[in-house]
Design a protein around this ligand. Structure first.
Ligand SMILES: Nc1ncnc2c1ncn2[C@@H]1O[C@H](COP(=O)(O)OP(=O)(O)OP(=O)(O)O)[C@@H](O)[C@H]1O
Ligand SMILES: [Mg+2]
Length: 284
């Protein structure tokens, strides 16, 4: 199926188009398996999309109708910071979810550092950390500390895990939240904890879907510094979608998605200008 996280795919009036092969594309939140596989780390550092399309079949009274979500996406991404902007429903989250096989293309090919997210799912998932817009999709344990410990369970011995988890929270400046109930945290606090849980496993590629949505100005700045630091010190590549055009400005390259197509691909200043013009011309 195309939408691997959609447990009831096929049950409603809309169902995914079958791609070339059925895969397990469960999210880390579903499997609890964050960073489960050893990564060879030898592949070229390049993300490529070749003629990638994603769509669904809508069940209509006159039969199945193909509804495109992404059409003919061709990209080669090598820059450390990539921003994706575009209107609601334009296809940003779908594009991001192709990076780790949460969504699979029904045409074309995605390669993450030479790895196929379908055929080498474990390796890709250990390489790509995905932070959802809604932290509730990600946090599965009662407290932040336990959630991070869960992330670390395959890389840190049990006796050292609690201290290691605490250190991750400290690094993000949220150690004070360690033993609070995740249900009592504010939206922004939860978003930071979800990010910590992903960072705990040292992803080489960090994919963030609207990471600043719930953050106040201070935490947005903290995130900006953190991402810069991850790029500079750990060589992490960061790809994020955002409606915050200032935040998009920190990227090295920005893509504009419109109705499932990449309509601009340039430095953020030009891309966001083009996006503003697109929206203005649309609403006039
Ligand atoms: N599982 C699905 N089944 C059917 N249609 C879907 C599915 N997931 C997404 N879509 C549709 O695909 C289109 C793109 O959705 P997507 O979530 O990628 O947009 P987006 O750019 O991330 O929007 P937003 O800014 O609101 O987050 C929308 O029309 C959406 O309704
Ligand atoms: Mg989205």
């Amino acid at each position: 199926m195309i939408f691997g996280r959609q447990a009831d795919a096929g049950a409603g009036p809309t169902r995914p188009v079958e791609p070339a092969g059925e895969r397990d594309a469960a999210s880390p939140a579903e499997t609890g398996d964050i960073g489960e596989a050893a990564d060879t780390g030898t592949a070229a550092q390049e993300i490529s999309f070749t003629d990638v399309s994603v769509g669904v079949l809508d069940d209509t009274p006159t039969g199945d109708v193909y509804r495109p979500i992404l059409t003919d996406v061709n990209l080669t991404l090598t820059e450390p910071r990539i921003a994706i902007v575009g209107a609601n429903g334009s296809g940003k989250s779908t594009l991001l979810q192709l990076f780790n096989g949460l969504v699979t293309a029904n045409a074309g090919r995605v390669l993450i550092d030479g790895l196929d997210p379908l055929e080498q799912a474990k390796q890709v998932r250990s390489r790509v950390g995905f932070v959802f817009t809604d932290p509730a999709a990600q946090l599965v344990m009662p407290t932040p500390l336990e959630d991070i410990e869960l992330s670390l369970r395959k890389r840190v011995p049990k006796a050292e895990r609690r201290a290691a988890a605490f250190a991750v929270l400290e690094e993000l400046g949220i150690a004070d939240l360690a033993e609070r109930s995740v249900y009592e945290l504010s939206g922004g606090q939860r978003q930071l904890v979800a990010l910590a849980a992903v960072l705990a496993v040292d992803p080489q590629i960090l994919v963030l879907d609207e990471p600043t949505t719930l953050l106040d100005l201070r935490n947005r700045e903290k995130l900006r510094r953190l991402l810069d630091d991850l790029v500079a010190r750990r060589g992490v590549r960061v790809i994020f979608s955002t409606h915050d055009l200032d935040f998009a400005g920190l990227a090295d390259r920005a893509l504009v998605v419109d109705s499932g197509r990449i309509v601009a691909d340039s430095a953020p200043v030009e891309a966001t200008r083009m996006y503003r013009e697109l929206i203005m011309s649309d609403s006039s």
